[in-house]
Design a protein around this ligand. Sequence first.
Ligand code: AHM
Ligand code: MG
Length: 337
Amino acid sequence: MSQAQATENTLATPVGTTLERYIKRKEAEFAYATGELSQLLRDIALAGKIVNREVNRAGLSRITGAMGEKNVQGEHQQKLDMEANIRFIRALTNGGEACAVLSEEDEHIIETGNTHGKYVVAIDPLDGSSNIDVNVSIGTIFSIYRRVSRIGGPARKEDFLQGGRAQVAAGYILYGSSTMLVYTTGHGVAGFTYENSLGEFFLSHPDIKIPRQGPVFSCNEGNWFDYPEFVRTFLTTCKERRLTARYVGSLVADYHRNLFTGGIYLYPPTVAKPEGKLRLLYEGYPLAFLIEQAGGMAVTGADVVLDVHPTSDLHQRAPLFVGSADLVQELQAVAAQ
Ligand code: AHM
Ligand code: MG
């Protein structure tokens, strides 16, 4: 191919669908869409871009000023998880559509002041705390509800305690070898890859489906002796069938890999943590909503995650087994015995 032809081909290649265009197109497909949910997704994507920049620069922090110290401009540098928290809350506050945010980093609900906002957002701004400082993939997880409290008034706890089936959108951002945003509004799952030089997310995976079966199991086997019997029985069958063990220790990274390869992620109850470690409202529910939309399953043992009724504790924990439908069903059957 001549140089001229190659140039012509490159120029003829469509630029691709940006997240912005995709959101607009989807909005046009729903007769009653008012654009507010779209705006919320844009706000989350914007904060995600900023966090992505900070995550990428994290390795330089020792050179330009360690986290927790002042940087060259004399500004106090935040630890990355705190920084991410601030970025998401700020984006959701400025965007105007969320009346409140529930974050893993804050004990109480954060009122944004947008009392006319129709939505609330539950978020884990930067998940994978043990990997943050060592340059290993980490992620953001979010879950969106339409509020049930009076519009114009303050948000209430009940807005966040509607149960997983009431979610109107959910997703995650993976800060990995490339940064991706994956989300659902209940009409399938779409994935977008971030193009750093253009500052845009581009549609890269239009309709993600998880394989029914998969070769991977992902859990912290260091906890083996603290796992309940049904988990050990299930894991033993995985090993007998020569499944592969893969565990990053970042939920988003492990989940994302299994979404594409097929597999099961497990955070079971342990002796020390009888409810498991992960939080139902901003880890379990959103990832369960998304996996069901991708054709997979999520259970807490015998029960389906999205059918679990929340307690009054906004930061409640629940065991999580999530991934390929056949594997999760198998685990569920052993748990129910
Ligand atoms: P975090 O919210 O403190 O980051 O904890 C959640 C993380 C998950 O990303 C990961 O799957 C799990 O904790 C790892 O826990 P463990 O080190 O017990 O295996
Ligand atoms: Mg977390």
